[in-house]
Every structure is written in structure tokens, then in C-alpha cells.
Design a protein around this ligand. Structure first.
Ligand SMILES: Nc1ncnc2c1ncn2[C@@H]1O[C@H](COP(=O)(O)OP(=O)(O)OP(=O)(O)O)[C@@H](O)[C@H]1O
Length: 310
């Protein structure tokens, strides 16, 4: 197993003068569920298309499952299941018959074991009971699960799902979320993109946040959350003095409101704050350090236009 299921190095795509993806270093650790977040148009789909060899990068390089792309495309892609632009399903065929069509089109698939493979994929996404229903009778959530089943027709080490909950109602979103979680529990690494924080935060171990083509934050959910944006808050009856000490230590955006002085911690060691206040004879009545909510963080990273709740 390689350490990172996906790694990109300065990956860049320009369309004419427009820079859609601007030198990103995407790192998806093996075994993670990686939420690739950003507003519409921030470059997620273009990045995913480059990863899968569907678009040629303007600059930079990438590795999938430890293999350089696109040189090892033929070798690597069979281990990668992708949902990019949902596959074209036939409305008057059943889910099972639709998968059979896709499976038959796969040169690497053994026709003798097709039936077993298709049933296993349908079972995996919870559609076995509805296998013989017409596609057009499927709910949106069922349609999306069938699209994921199509990506699961052979065993995969990496699943790349571009906006799998787009357009789904809350029930469909829940279905897809549960499915992603259970696929990850089976050992697959999952890269899932979304423009909605609320849809991915519950299922992801890692996050990457895109904003106008750049990766503005990346790491475990906890790392992204705490980042350098933690706020220290001092409750004191000498808030102006406290503010002066906080600024002196290197905290930024220091403000005073009533009995409270607060500032952004950045790289200042937390344990130095209270002793510094005490040394300056500031009476500390209360002291808290808070990580911003993910929602606050995304708004600050990507600007107010980011639709965080749907
Ligand atoms: N084939 C193309 N030709 C020209 N511009 C393109 C092309 N594909 C994407 N773009 C532009 O690149 C930018 C990034 O688009 P991209 O689709 O990667 O963003 P996204 O984050 O996936 O958004 P969405 O969720 O809306 O798909 C956008 O400004 C888009 O208009």
C-alpha cells in the first residue's frame, strides 16, 4: 500500500487565459475519506478530470495509487472506480440490465462472471431488491447508488466521486453518505467532492478546500478545523491591558469587548498566554481557546459566497 492514494504536485490547468486549477498539491492518504470542498467553479471537477486522465494538465504532475499518471493509466485505472459525469443509464432498462450493458463494454471484465459481479455491485449499494425495476422508476438516491454500483463492478482500491449528492433530497443524500462510509469501512480510499460542507463533513476523515483554483486548506478534519485560526479569549476586568499582552505575544486580530479580550492564536504556544498575562498583573478570571466552527472557517477561507448549508 502506498502512503497516499492520490498525490499531485503543482497540478495546474489553464483554459486559455483562465487558470482553473492553480498549482495544487492534493494529498489523499490511503484509507481516508477525503472531502474535496469548494464553491462551484473552484476547480474540483477539473482536478478530478486531470487525475483520471480525462484532461491534460498544463503543468505539474500527479500519482494515483503510487503510479505516475498518465504514464501508468492503463495499469492503474482498473483499480479506480470513478463517478464523474454520471454514466448514461437507459430509462427503460432495469438497474441490473443497465449494469450488464456497462459491464459488457469493459474490455477487462470477464463475461463469464458478469452475473455474479453485477449482483454483488447491486447488493453493495442496497439495490438488489430493486434490481429488476426500470431505471426510470428509481428515486434520485437509487439512481445515484446505481451510478456508484457501476463504479464498483470490479474491486477498487480508490473511489473518486464527483458531487455524488448533487441534486439529491435529504433522504438520497443520507443514502449516499452511508454508502460512502461503508465503502471506506471495507478498505477503499474515497475522494468525494462537494460544494456543500454539510454533506461531507460527517463522512470525511480529511478535507481539502478549494477557492478559485487554489487549495486553501488541507489536512485531517481536526487539523483543518484548528489550523492557525484558534481564538484565545481572556475574561478580565483589565481587558485593555490583556489585549496589549496578547498583541505583544504575537496574537493577531486582537479585540476588546466588555470584559473580554481576544485574539487569533496563530503559532503562539497556548501555554505561554496565561503566564504572560499574570506576569503583567492582568487578573485572569477566565481563559478559553476555541477552534472556529468548520462553517465559520469555510466562509473565511472561501468568501461569503460559499454555500455552506445548502
Ligand atoms: N472545458 C473548459 N473550458 C473552459 N473553461 C473551463 C472548462 N472546464 C472548466 N472550466 C472553467 O474552470 C473553472 C473551474 O471549473 P470546475 O468545473 O473545475 O469547477 P468545480 O469546482 O468543479 O465547479 P462545479 O462544482 O460547478 O463543477 C470554472 O471557471 C470553469 O468555468
Amino acid at each position: 500500500m502506498t502512503e497516499n492514494a492520490v498525490a499531485t504536485f503543482g497540478l495546474t490547468k489553464k483554459f486559455g487565459r483562465q487558470v482553473a486549477v492553480d498549482g495544487i498539491d492534493l494529498l489523499v492518504p490511503s484509507g481516508s475519506v477525503y472531502g474535496f470542498l469548494g464553491p462551484n467553479g473552484s476547480g474540483k471537477t477539473t482536478t478530478i478530470r486531470m487525475l483520471l486522465g480525462l484532461v491534460t494538465p498544463t503543468a505539474g504532475r500527479s500519482e494515483l495509487l503510487g503510479q505516475p499518471m498518465p504514464q501508468r493509466l492503463r495499469h492503474t485505472l482498473p483499480r479506480v472506480g470513478a463517478l464523474v459525469e454520471g454514466p448514461a443509464f437507459h430509462p427503460y432498462l432495469s438497474g441490473q440490465a443497465n449494469l450488464a450493458r456497462l459491464d459488457a463494454a469493459d474490455r477487462d471484465a470477464d463475461a463469464r462472471t458478469a452475473g455474479r459481479r453485477i449482483d454483488a455491485a447491486l447488493d453493495r449499494v442496497g439495490l438488489l431488491a430493486a434490481a429488476r425495476k426500470h431505471y426510470r422508476a428509481y428515486s434520485l438516491g437509487m439512481r445515484q447508488r446505481l451510478a456508484i454500483a457501476a463504479a464498483l463492478l470490479s474491486p477498487r482500491d480508490l473511489l473518486v466521486l464527483d458531487e455524488p449528492t448533487n441534486g439529491l433530497d435529504p433522504q438520497g443524500t443520507r443514502e449516499v453518505r452511508h454508502l460512502v462510509t461503508s465503502l471506506a469501512a471495507d478498505g477503499a480510499t474515497v475522494l468525494v467532492s462537494s460544494h456543500l460542507l454539510s454533506e461531507v463533513e460527517q463522512m470525511c476523515t480529511h478535507l481539502g478546500v478549494m477557492h478559485v483554483g487554489r487549495m486553501v486548506a488541507q489536512g485531517t478534519v481536526e487539523e483543518v478545523r484548528s489550523g492557525n485560526a484558534r481564538v484565545a479569549r481572556v475574561d478580565t476586568d483589565r481587558p485593555q491591558d490583556a489585549a496589549r499582552v496578547l498583541s505583544g505575544l504575537g496574537l493577531t486580530e486582537v479585540t476588546v469587548a466588555g470584559h473580554l479580550a481576544q485574539g487569533v492564536v496563530g503559532s503562539v504556544p497556548i501555554e505561554k498566554i496565561v503566564p504572560a498575562l499574570v506576569a503583567d498583573a492582568v487578573p485572569v478570571l477566565g481563559f478559553t481557546v476555541q477552534a472556529p466552527s468548520l462553517e465559520d472557517l469555510f466562509v473565511s477561507l472561501t468568501g461569503e459566497g460559499f454555500d455552506v448549508s445548502g
